[in-house]
Ligand binder design. Structure first.
Ligand code: HEC
Ligand code: HEC
Length: 413
């Protein structure tokens, strides 16, 4: 009797002590396969971004310098108060902290970070643009963002950045004849600007379009240089690879990483050194309050194919070499699908309309995997315990980098 009671108490106590020391004392070991997966997520594995043949100045440092000036120039707006940097704020991982971006008015979706964007073949949450340069043109003319028009911008840039423009793109066209080139003209909703545009000759519209495209190409050359810095996670991976045991990474963080690459299946979509596959998925995020469901990628593909500045267009520097665009398709599985965001620029609020306010909301969302309001949620419920969810969250926090670093040569004159 005494004996069995004795064991009844002692066994659990021994188990507890064993478990406690196992967790504390020994760093968990990774199999070779797991180590390979973990390394593939590390910034050590980040190669230079793929070249963009559609933009001949994409890797030109002078273009990046001009692009940087344009990115911060508030005169590139109808009100003189909005620059790209007003929403893509350098101090906030090049995004803002709002559920939906706000400039002249409120945008339809959340401002994504643009750090590491050069690695993606598609831009915007629905991927309706296929290059960074062609993306950069859109906000300049959207009424609620910069709200201006291309003819005005073309003249402004040629007047104020003439030497840089000439050096990069050859002699700038003479736009001084206001009969041929009205002050305001563009194919936009504003009826006056639109009719001024329609009254221009096709040749003159092309002259303006080319300068406009070159503005985008310079901005893209700058954006390509914005990369995330190493984080505590990257230091941990490096330590695992070199056998260094003195690394600041808690037991919970390690177990969170184990869930991320294992049972929680996050790595299926959040993979590679930027933790995104740059593809589109429906993960069952609810609509923003009072809004009809966002069609996502299905609508994005339609807009992409009819975009006058896409890879096939005459403003692309390589219109015969567009394999991504040639094979693009929008099957029904892409209804409501959004581009997987990088997890290296995490800041609340989260998701394409800032629907989830905190990381706790995010991990609970994945744990439950609710049905989608439009299309079909690809993710399945995870059935993780509360403790495991907290471990996952603690791991996500180790991906937060110090400020994304602009190369020093670009900032100093
Ligand atoms: C209202 C503030 C605002 C301004 C000003 C603004 N953006 Fe954005 N940006 C957004 C929002 C919102 C989105 C997402 C829109 C969507 O997906 O439909 C976005 C998306 C992007 C993306 C796509 C990122 C990705 O992950 O796909 C890039 C690149 C970008 N903007 C660059 C720029 C540039 C360059 C400028 C200046 C010419 C600019 N933005 C001006 C709010 C802004
Ligand atoms: C099927 C692909 C897929 C899987 C699996 C997946 N994600 Fe995502 N993730 C996405 C997409 C797509 C979005 C954007 C969804 C939206 O805004 O509608 C996203 C958004 C996020 C965001 C918000 C980022 C931001 O800037 O708003 C976080 C955080 C995140 N995922 C973490 C995780 C974690 C943790 C897991 C594992 C439990 C996971 N994801 C599994 C595709 C996936």
């Amino acid at each position: 009797m005494i004996n069995s009671r004795f064991w009844l108490v002692l066994l659990p106590a021994l188990l507890f002590i064993w478990f406690f020391f196992k967790n504390l004392g020994h760093p968990p070991v990774w199999s070779d396969e797991e180590l390979k997966q973990i390394k593939s997520l590390s910034i050590i594995d980040l190669k230079p971004p793929p070249p963009d043949p559609t933009n001949l100045v994409s890797d030109n440092p002078q273009a990046a310098r001009l692009g940087r000036e344009l990115f911060f120039d508030k005169k590139l707006s109808n009100t003189g108060t909005i620059a790209c940097a007003s929403c893509h704020m350098p101090t906030q991982h090049f995004r803002d902290l709002l559920p939906k971006g706000f400039a002249i008015g409120e945008a339809q979706r959340r401002t994504p970070s643009i750090v590491g964007g050069a690695y993606s073949p598609w831009h915007y949450w629905d991927g309706r643009k296929d290059s960074q340069w062609s993306q950069a043109l859109a906000p300049l003319e959207r009424p609620l963002e910069h709200g201006g028009n291309r003819t005005y911008y073309a003249r402004y840039v040629i007047e104020n950045y003439k030497d840089q423009y000439d050096m990069l793109f050859g002699f700038a066209p003479d736009l001084s004849d206001s009969d041929r080139f009205p002050i305001h003209a563009a194919p936009v909703d504003d009826p006056e600007w639109n009719s001024a545009w329609q009254n221009m000759t096709v040749q003159d519209r092309n002259i303006i379009n080319r300068v406009f495209a070159n503005i985008g190409k310079s901005i893209a050359a700058y954006e390509r240089l914005l990369l995330p810095g190493a984080t505590r996670f990257d230091n941990y991976v490096e330590a695992q690879l070199t056998g260094d045991e003195n690394v600041d990474f808690s037991y919970d963080e390690v177990e969170g990483l184990r869930l991320f690459i294992g049972r929680a299946q996050c790595i299926d979509c959040h993979n590679g050194p930027l933790l995104t596959n740059n593809e589109f998925h429906n993960t069952g995020i609810a609509n923003a309050e009072g809004e009809i469901p966002d069609k996502g990628r299905v609508q994005g593909v339609r807009e992409l194919l009819s975009d006058p500045f896409n890879c096939f267009s005459e403003f692309s520097d390589s219109p015969n070499n567009c394999s991504e665009l040639s094979f693009v398709r929008a099957g029904s599985e892409l209804i409501g699908a959004m581009k997987t965001p990088s997890l290296r620029t995490l800041k609340p609020p989260f998701m394409h309309k800032g629907q989830l306010a905190t990381l706790n909301d995010v991990i609970h969302h994945y744990n439950e995997a609710p049905s989608a309001m439009i299309g079909h949620n690809e993710a399945k419920p995870l059935n993780l315990s509360r403790h495991e969810l907290q471990q996952l969250k603690k791991f996500l926090l180790t991906l937060d980098s110090s400020m994304p670093i602009e190369p020093r040569w670009l900032i100093t004159p």
